[in-house]
Write a protein that binds this ligand. Structure first.
Ligand SMILES: [Fe+2]
Ligand SMILES: [Fe+2]
Length: 171
């Protein structure tokens, strides 16, 4: 059986992961509307990934004999002033998520829930990737946003990203 406080916090994190997905889906729509289909593809995959992060927690709660409670997903932004603004928000959001994962980890340590510590390690690693990816694209976009040819090339590069559900291989 999973500890109640731990269960409550993981349920909140399910909501946070779904919200992240919702945010990235909204960003994907903005890129489509602004004729950057490669960026739109990248964000669409980001949305799919966030939902897999939520589903990995969803399965885990059930595995531990717990109860999943789904709460409403809050509204997300729909307008941005530039691609740079989008990636600034992405990076700062991923940093926030990292701190949320760290607080979950603090709770798991406090109550000595070793299974959940192991489970959360996957997310700790994932957040390192998430921050690095967002930062890498942000730096590029900041440099080239005003250069249409360079943006076209980066857009082409981002169009090659494909979706892989990494949570399935990890279990
Ligand atoms: Fe996530
Ligand atoms: Fe993320």
């Amino acid at each position: 059986m999973i500890n109640e406080r731990m269960q409550k916090e993981i349920n909140e994190q399910i909501n946070a992961e779904l919200w992240s997905g919702y945010l990235y889906l909204s960003m994907s729509a903005w890129f489509t509307q602004n004729n950057l289909p490669g960026f739109a593809n990248w964000m669409y995959i980001q949305y799919q990934e966030e939902f897999t992060h939520a589903m990995k927690m969803f399965r885990y709660i059930h595995e531990r004999g717990g109860v999943v409670t789904l709460k409403p997903i809050k509204a997300v932004d729909t307008k941005w002033k530039s691609a740079t603004a989008i990636f600034e928000q992405t990076l700062s959001h991923e940093r926030t998520v990292t701190s949320l994962i760290n607080s979950l980890m603090d709770t798991a340590h406090e109550i000595r829930d070793y299974a959940t510590i192991n489970f959360l390690n996957w997310y700790v690693d994932e957040q390192v990737e998430e921050e690095a990816n967002a930062e890498e694209i942000l730096e590029k976009v900041k440099m080239i946003e005003k250069d249409k040819a360079a943006m076209y090339n980066l857009d082409k590069e981002l169009s090659t990203r494909v979706f892989v559900d990494a949570t399935l291989n990890a279990e």
